[in-house]
Design a binder for this molecule. Structure first.
Ligand SMILES: C[S@@+](CC[C@H](N)C(=O)[O-])C[C@H]1O[C@@H](n2cnc3c(N)ncnc32)[C@H](O)[C@@H]1O
Length: 278
């Protein structure tokens, strides 16, 4: 595999090269990453008309957004993230794709992100390798917000690791060991670098000094310290948020894609329709 030609900016940063390294680094943790994207986008293909509106939640530099725009020429997507470095990388490499791609800099732990979306309601919300950064209570609120921005029947696809139940200790241990070994093998084979190494490298990029400082302010704690939210909790929270159907459509160990279908709008106690989503 060859690296894409870099788009050079005035600051002479090899943005395309950084993006290439980002992809390879993410593949260290999920070698089947492209297969997971494929499974997610295949749901959009069969469920939605050719022209649709999507949100890429915790987008990083826009892996989902760009795949959607490549595969569906009449679709539009909004990428939402709070990491200044990853947002800059995404914007530098992808731009706005002729206005089909919008970038929103917002913290998903604060409700304002919903108000900052350029379009709502939308047909689909997708997320990968991201929502495990949130605490269970934050996830519960976020999933309600996701439901509120979806049209009835709209799709939410979340690809992330979701813990096996605590009682399945041996399964947890075996799958974690297999995954860790596979990651080490990919690094040893030179396929990609670790998360820590990628960050150590890009943080030295002089053109990103402002974004790096801001990233440290916004994310003072290393992610991944929160207790993992088990699969059963994800499903329960999705149903409580107003999704009428929820199930796994793709899986590799504890890494799954959950597909959730937005149920009908909630009715108030008086039997009237609740406020439609904005
Ligand atoms: C491992 S990256 C995955 C990025 C992208 N979805 C992908 O698959 O390449 C996790 C992303 O979640 C984002 N994220 C975590 N917590 C967030 C929050 N509270 N608000 C917005 N984005 C958040 C991070 O900034 C980061 O870009």
């Amino acid at each position: 595999m060859t690296a894409p030609r870099s788009r050079r900016s005035k600051s002479d940063v090899h943005w395309g090269r950084w993006m290439f390294r980002w992809r390879r680094q993410q593949e260290v943790y999920l070698p089947q990453r492209e297969a997971r994207f494929h499974a997610m986008l295949s749901m959009l293909e069969v469920a939605l008309p050719p022209e649709f509106e999507a949100v890429d939640l915790a987008s990083g530099p826009g892996a989902i957004s760009t795949r959607i725009l490549d595969q569906f020429p009449r679709a539009r997507c909004t990428a939402v993230d709070y990491h200044p470095v990853l947002l800059r990388l995404g914007r530098e490499v992808n731009g706005t794709r002729g206005d089909r791609l919008r970038w929103v800099d917002a913290d998903l732990r604060r409700s304002e992100w919903v108000d900052r979306l350029p379009v709502s309601p939308v047909d689909a919300v997708l997320s990968t390798t991201a929502l495990h950064w949130l605490k269970r209570e934050e996830l519960a609120v976020l999933l309600r917000q996701v439901r509120s921005i979806l049209k009835p029947g709209g799709l939410f696809l979340n690809g992330d690791h979701m813990a096996y139940p605590a009682g399945e200790a041996r399964i947890r241990e075996l799958t974690r060991t297999a995954r860790t070994r596979a990651s080490a093998q990919w690094v040893a084979n030179g396929h990609g670098e670790s998360w820590d190494d990628w960050w150590a490298a890009i943080e030295k990029e002089p053109a990103l000094a402002t974004e790096v400082a801001e990233a440290h302010r916004r994310y003072p704690n290393q992610h991944g310290r929160e207790p993992e939210v088990p699969l059963a909790t994800h499903i329960r929270l999705l149903r409580a948020a107003g999704f009428s159907e929820v199930d796994t459509i793709w899986q590799q160990y504890d890494n799954r894609v959950l597909l959730a279908i937005a149920g009908p709008p909630r009715r108030s106690r008086a039997g009237r329709r609740a406020q439609p989503p904005r």
